[in-house]
Design a protein around this ligand. Sequence first.
Ligand code: ATP
Ligand code: MG
Length: 403
Amino acid sequence: MKSVFPGTVSTHGRPATLGVMGGGQLGRMFVHAAQRLGYATVVLDPDAQSPAGMVSHQHVITPHGDEAGLQQLAGLCDAVTTEFENVPAAALRTLAMTLPVAPGAACVAMAQNRIEEKAHFTACADVSGVSVAPYAVIETPAQLQSVPANLLPGILKTARMGYDGKGQMRVKNAAELAAAWAALKQVPCVLEKLMPLKAECSVIVARGFDGSVVSFAPQRNVHVDGVLAVTHAYPSNMPEDQSKRAQDATESIARQINYVGVLCVEFFMVDDGSEHGGLIVNEMAPRPHNSGHYTMDACDVSQFDLQVHAMAGLPLPQPRQHSPAIMLNLLGDVGFDSNGQPRTPDWQAVLSLPGTHLHLYGKLDARPGRKMGHLNITGADADAVMTVARQAADVLGLPGLDA
Ligand code: ATP
Ligand code: MG
């Protein structure tokens, strides 16, 4: 692919322009990274007030699959990426007919479907050295009937459209499983064995059109109610051997599907003898990830910088983390007191703590559970970062820090 260098004027007489499908916070942070390099940006999203659309040079306001909108985006851009997982793969295919698109439609389609995703992880297991949790595909009543008993208790997950723990039901026995599948309207699902998690981690890699790969060290993640609450990013955050295995596995998962762009792979760390060597691959996201937001303040190159470099065909610098970090996710809940009354968080107190970096996404409507921003905390060492994180979490009433 021909590189799209920043600061150039294209044959259309406009500055080099990068586009993004989707207008959420990930798109907003991508737009900021692209603009810093001098690119013009275009966001395609139906919401006129979308976090990314509000900060982009141009905003195509149509549904994501709209033919006219896609034509307009293609006409304005030199390369396109995506910021949300459920972007219609067909839209990426349409765009790819006229310009570079990263990640490609086939990889995104695979990440959108847990059945295909798990099949890929399983096919990679010999090379990646990491396998998936035991599972069964449930698409028919016959498959429901023949689920092996050792998968229970388990978690029934819809094959498509799941995020932040949505589209999932925990089931203890066959009767609950049948009821859960009925409640999920008998759409294609996977039943996964409930694993004894010791911890969770994720790895972010970037791969270029030329096949070069760089990655960040694994970060340890704490979820509360199925949503990411805290990310720990410092060398002692998890055992070294597991850290290396997770990083190697992620790079090989990206290589084997010829992935281009930023990819995040989530892992479970388990304590189950050694059948899985303590590490299980959960799922992948074909884009920057909430668990990589610390890279914005703790690394010399962020996950969004790498997204820009990969899609534009620029060299991929190996990122270097210069500070230990903790990220605290800020959900809409911070905008309410313990009686459910709206409040303004005490930013004065938070911002007077050393090493705090506040990122808000420009969303005006603070609903509980809605991702409104995040707070990165950097410091000289992990203990210093943890001390400040505790203070910030106290002020804001944030959960998950002691898990
Ligand atoms: P997100 O988009 O936020 O990553 P998701 O809706 O795609 O979430 P998963 O990542 O599959 O869903 O699961 C959400 C969380 O539920 C996991 O991070 C983990 O805490 C828990 N979980 C999922 N599967 C299992 C399992 N098999 N055993 C134990 N816990 C699990
Ligand atoms: Mg997940």
